[in-house]
Design a protein around this ligand. Structure first.
Ligand code: NAP
Length: 281
């Protein structure tokens, strides 16, 4: 029988460290870290996500400002808003709530964020730095994955890691982070043949596909670490990719959904903000 990895507990330890660090610096007269979130339109999910970000940020001593813009604004006006924030020395981190309404060129707008304030790790510069193994801002979900793995496994080097999913925000950066830790990494996707066999070879298995209960015991090697990134709403409940009750009998460690990776992501966003702040003050 394996052990449940408690994402909330891991997040709590990071939060305590973040709070302590901010308090120490603020006591010496340094200004607080500051993050600005931009939402275009009025998507209810994004608004409630931002409220959670604000609550957690403020509880840790981070100034959080939300800018909600009408969907009718032009691309030029949005770019101008970002330009002003890029130039504002009192703003450390900028996060743009995605997806943007369809009329906007999302790639162009995301890329216009100053990479030194890109706390979501989505600009080309940060993506390039990640692939070169340089210090950079890492997308929060992928950062959560690697931090969880590091908290339970201090010897990633040489381990076989399999990631299911190759999105730019989760699968690919998570794979690159494991590669940077000297794991031997395989990335799987919807065209992978013999998927369960490939996964069964993994010491570390990360699933980021969004298919509830897809990863059964047939995908898991005995003693493996299994990280479930998937979140899908099924009959009003959030479900992971991993059939937890079955996989926990074979794996050594498994993240639950909810309470695993998802419990870490906002904390990682704030951690990125603090990294930007430390360079800025
Ligand atoms: P995405 O962009 O839709 O990518 C899904 C990936 O899964 C694709 O690479 C796709 O392969 C692959 N895939 C889909 N069905 C598959 C199958 N049957 N076999 C093998 N691979 C398959 O999704 P995402 O943004 O990366 O998110 C993945 C999941 O993580 C979603 O459930 C999302 O809600 C969740 N998520 C959770 C958090 C959190 O905080 N916990 C944060 C972000 C995302 P192809 O490339 O071949 O199409």
């Amino acid at each position: 029988m394996g052990i449940k990895i408690d994402g909330k507990e891991i997040a709590k330890a990071h939060r305590e460290e973040i709070k302590r660090n901010i308090e120490e610096k603020v006591a010496k007269g340094v200004r607080k870290p500051s993050m600005v979130a931009i939402l275009v339109g009025n998507d209810g999910g994004s608004i409630s996500y931002m409220k959670n970000q604000q609550k957690l940020s403020e509880s840790l001593g981070v100034k959080y400002t939300s800018i909600i813009l009408e969907e009718s604004i032009t691309e030029e006006e949005l770019l101008n808003e970002i330009k002003n924030l890029n130039e504002d020395k009192n703003v450390d981190g900028i996060i743009l709530q995605l997806p943007l309404p369809k009329k906007f060129n999302e790639k162009l707008i995301t890329s216009s964020i100053n990479y030194e304030k890109d706390i979501d790790g989505l600009t080309d510069v940060n993506i390039g730095k990640l692939y070169k193994g340089e210090k950079c801002f890492i997308p929060c979900t992928a950062k959560s994955v690697i931090e969880i793995i590091k908290s339970v496994e201090n010897n990633i080097e040489g381990k076989k890691a399999v990631i299911i999913g190759r999105s730019n925000i989760v699968g690919k950066p998570a794979a690159q982070l494991l590669l940077n830790e000297n794991a031997t990494v395989t990335i799987c996707h919807s065209r992978t043949k013999n998927l369960s066999e490939v996964c069964k070879d993994a010491d570390i298995l990360v699933s980021a596909i969004g298919r509830p209960a897809f990863v059964t015991k047939n995908f898991v090697k005995e003693g493996a670490i299994v990280i479930d990134v998937g979140t899908t709403m099924v009959e009003g409940k959030i479900k992971g990719d991993v059939l937890y009750d079955e996989v926990i009998d074979i794996a050594s460690l498994v993240t639950p959904v909810p309470g695993g990776v998802g419990a870490m992501t906002t904390t990682m966003l704030i951690k990125n903000t603090c990294e930007a702040w430390e360079k800025n003050v």
